[in-house]
Design a binder for this molecule. Structure first.
Ligand SMILES: [Zn+2]
Length: 386
């Protein structure tokens, strides 16, 4: 296992760990295991490079154990991450439980989807589409309660359809992705990514930038690996800086500003604000009450009805305490962009309105109804160009 002091110190700032095994760097047939962390902007920071004889529970346990011990030695502080993310492998789950018993185990949604899609091979196109479409919606559950509720209704919907394999499939999916691995929906943890993409694309880049030959003698392999790990350490803080808060990009500020100007009417009750989704103009008091009843499960509904209500209104909540300094981090929203990136135009708009953040003048210069073009905005053009 290779690491540097600065990589360890940097990892200590994070509370989301990612692990992944890669055979792309295959050396003498042994897998390479990588452990690292992501920040609030979903940037990946590698921490340990390890060559293991296999990728079993014991290998992941020693990887995580070394990470914990060395980070603690380097910082003289307890290292207790909130989340451990990896694919669905039971080896990762057990290792995470052994080393970080208090951490939640997230499983990569991308892997879950791929595995389920594989399981559906040979099924009729119609049923396959139904299952994957329903799962995409359930994946967007904003809270564990919502996940349980919609998962059950989704299974009921399949069982009452004429899909011949419904019964088998429901048994499979309940065991695998509800009882064993349920950490694939967004609301499982609102402040960590729901996929392992960051570490996987990092592993892809290693191969593009470093030549690790499968048959390299141990001396040459070690030199290449050492160079690579030193390069990681050098890049840290230079090209990429660890961010503890989700960034408020200019595009989101622009969308927020336009949204404020458009003036859709929300309904606010205490810390909860009900936001009309899509083309809806407003949310009335009755609609907000109906939303609460349906979402809490006190009104019996079908899966279709539940999804209709869930995606017609976004619920923004202010979780900030009184007397503390207020910030945009106090706000959460149930719209898909927020669930995916911990930031959306609704919370930005609310923070602008409350005076917690200033909107950049540039966010106001895009005509209403237009989206900001990608990339850095152009500097002001000379006034007398024509
Ligand atoms: Zn939102």
């Amino acid at each position: 296992m290779l690491t540097t002091r600065s990589l360890l110190v940097a990892a200590a700032a994070a509370d989301v760990i990612h692990v992944d095994a890669t055979y792309k760097l295959n050396w003498q047939g042994y897998p390479v295991l990588i452990a690292g962390v992501t920040d609030a902007a979903s940037q990946f920071f590698p921490c340990i490079f390890a060559v293991m004889t296999s990728e079993k529970e014991g290998d992941y346990t020693s990887l995580l154990r070394v990470m914990k011990d060395e980070v603690e030695k380097a910082t003289q502080q307890t290292f207790a991450p909130r989340v451990v993310m990896g694919d669905c492998a039971e080896a990762v789950t057990r290792a995470a439980e052994a080393v970080f018993p208090d951490a939640a185990r997230r499983v990569c949604w991308f892997h879950v989807k791929k595995a389920i899609d594989g399981r559906l091979r040979g099924e009729d196109k119609e049923w396959r589409g139904m299952v994957l479409g329903d799962l995409e919606k359930v994946q967007l559950s904003a809270t564990p309660e919502q996940f349980d509720h919609s998962f059950d209704l989704m299974c009921e919907r399949w069982l009452s359809s004429s899909w011949p394999s419904a019964c088998d499939f429901v048994t499979y999916i309940r065991t695998q992705y509800r009882t064993k691995n349920s950490g694939w929906f967004e609301g499982f943890d609102l402040r960590s990514p729901s996929t392992n993409n960051a570490i996987e694309s990092f592993n892809g880049q290693i191969k593009a930038r470093h030549t690790i030959r499968e048959r390299a003698p141990v001396g040459r392999f070690l030199r290449t690996a050492l160079d690579m790990v030193s390069e990681w350490a050098a890049e840290h803080g230079e090209r990429r800086v660890f961010q503890s808060d989700p960034p408020v990009h200019l595009s989101v500020q622009t969308a927020a500003w336009q949204w404020i100007t458009k003036g859709q009417r929300c309904f606010t009750s205490g810390a909860r604000t009900y936001v009309p989704a899509g083309d809806r103009e407003s949310v009335s008091r009755d609609e907000a009450l109906h939303y609460d009843e349906v979402m809490s499960g006190s009104t019996p509904v079908t899966f279709g009805e539940l999804m209709q209500v869930r995606f017609s209104t976004w619920l923004m909540e202010d979780r900030g305490g009184e007397g503390t300094e207020r910030s945009i981090r106090d706000l959460t929203c149930t719209c898909p962009p927020y669930l995916k990136k911990s930031m959306c135009k609704h919370v930005v708009a609310a923070a602008i309105t409350a005076g917690w953040i200033m909107v950049s003048e540039r966010a106001k210069d895009v005509p209403l109804g237009q989206k900001r073009k990608r990339g850095r905005p152009a500097l002001a053009r000379p006034a007398l160009l024509h």
